[in-house]
Design a protein around this ligand. Structure first.
Ligand code: NAP
Length: 316
């Protein structure tokens, strides 16, 4: 069985950057990506704070460029869902990465598995998923031309996607549970000057209503306790993220929310395993920080693998 120097789990900005660096350092690199979990960045229509693209760049376009660069440097790609990770018991400290159909062995592992949208857990959310409930404005926005939609959340994603949706819809109601947005100021300024967006403060969704598809949302104002129904054709939910780290539970240390704990060199609690990007415990999750993390994780993995090869020349 082929022994890789580095296996990377995840094909978002962090994983692809790590791959560019490790393959450029001539390490045998395999990147395993779960096609059911598209990188968060691919759901972003336009990224305007990634340096070098003053006009902005689409998330999908940026990822395609990263991927092309990684392939040119020699990263191998496999589409599979990682089920399990464990340390081998041999003297060369192999790490075993198990997917649904195969087992791969590697001297080091970089976890760059990202995060996925968090569900609200309200009645109607699951039932109407794909029938008006969406977690991706870029993917589903065009289906709501001239319709009315509700956007839930007060972070960068909710505000950015609400603004994006105004290209198609007649009206957006942004529902936020507090009286202040979490989103960055420039996005707030744009939101407040957009005629098509109305904000409902201090309010949460109690139930998503409809028969065959979404027809409205029952909301409650948390301050006045007043309940009302907002008629709409779509509900876009941006209530934050959940890390894709189930396979790493019990393997490396995770924080209370399930994010991988790393040091400043992206080293996890287990020797030879590194983590980077949205799946790691951090206060800032941006494309640029994911790329920086990826470079650090690659550097640390390279250092670790080279050291290991010096100690156990049979791994060369
Ligand atoms: P986020 O920053 O965690 O915001 C989630 C929002 O959903 C918060 O406003 C939160 O309310 C609200 N929320 C959470 N649970 C809720 C519930 N059960 N009911 C109602 N509301 C709920 O998540 P995000 O906006 O997806 O952003 C994630 C990360 O990606 C952040 O680091 C963000 O900066 C980054 N990002 C950056 C950009 C960019 O353009 N630079 C774009 C998208 C995302 P509270 O505010 O009350 O907690």
């Amino acid at each position: 069985m082929q022994l890789y120097d580095v296996i990377i789990i995840g094909g978002g900005p962090a994983g692809l950057t790590a791959g560019i660096y490790t393959s450029r350092a001539r390490l045998r690199t395999l990147l395993v990506e779960d096609f059911t979990l598209s990188p968060q960045v691919t759901t972003t229509f336009q990224i305007e704070n990634y340096p070098g693209f003053p006009e902005g760049i689409g998330g999908l376009d940026l990822i395609e460029r990263f991927k092309k660069q990684a392939k040119e440097f020699g990263v191998e790609f496999k589409q599979a869902r990682v089920k399990n990770v464990e340390r081998g018991l041999t003297s060369i400290k192999e790490i075993k990465i198990e997917t649904e159909s195969e087992v791969y062995n590697s001297l080091s592992l970089i976890i760059a598995s990202g995060a996925r949208p968090k569900e609200l857990g309200v009645k109607g959310e699951k039932e109407f998923r794909g029938k008006g409930v969406s977690y991706c404005a870029t993917c589903d926005g065009p289906f709501f031309r001239d319709r009315e939609v509700v956007v839930i959340g007060g972070g960068d994603s909710a505000v950015k996607e609400a603004l994006y949706l105004t290209r198609f819809v007649r009206k957006v109601t942004l529902l936020h549970r507090r009286d202040k947005l979490r989103a960055t100021k420039i996005l707030q300024e744009r939101l407040f000057s957009e005629q098509k967006i109305d904000v409902r403060w201090d309010s949460v969704a109690e139930e998503i209503l409809g028969r065959e598809k979404v027809e409205g949302v029952r909301i409650i104002n948390l301050k006045t306790k007043e309940k009302s129904v907002l008629s709409c054709d779509g509900v876009f939910i941006f209530a934050g993220l959940l890390p894709n780290t189930d396979f790493a539970r019990g393997v490396v240390e995770l924080d209370e929310k399930g994010y991988v704990v790393v040091d400043s060199r992206m080293r996890t609690s287990v020797e030879g395993i590194f983590a980077c990007g949205d799946c790691r415990s951090t206060i800032l999750r941006q494309v640029i920080t994911a790329c920086g993390d990826g470079a650090f994780a690659a550097f640390s993995a390279q250092e670790y693998v080279e050291q290991l090869k010096l100690q156990a020349p049979s791994t060369k």
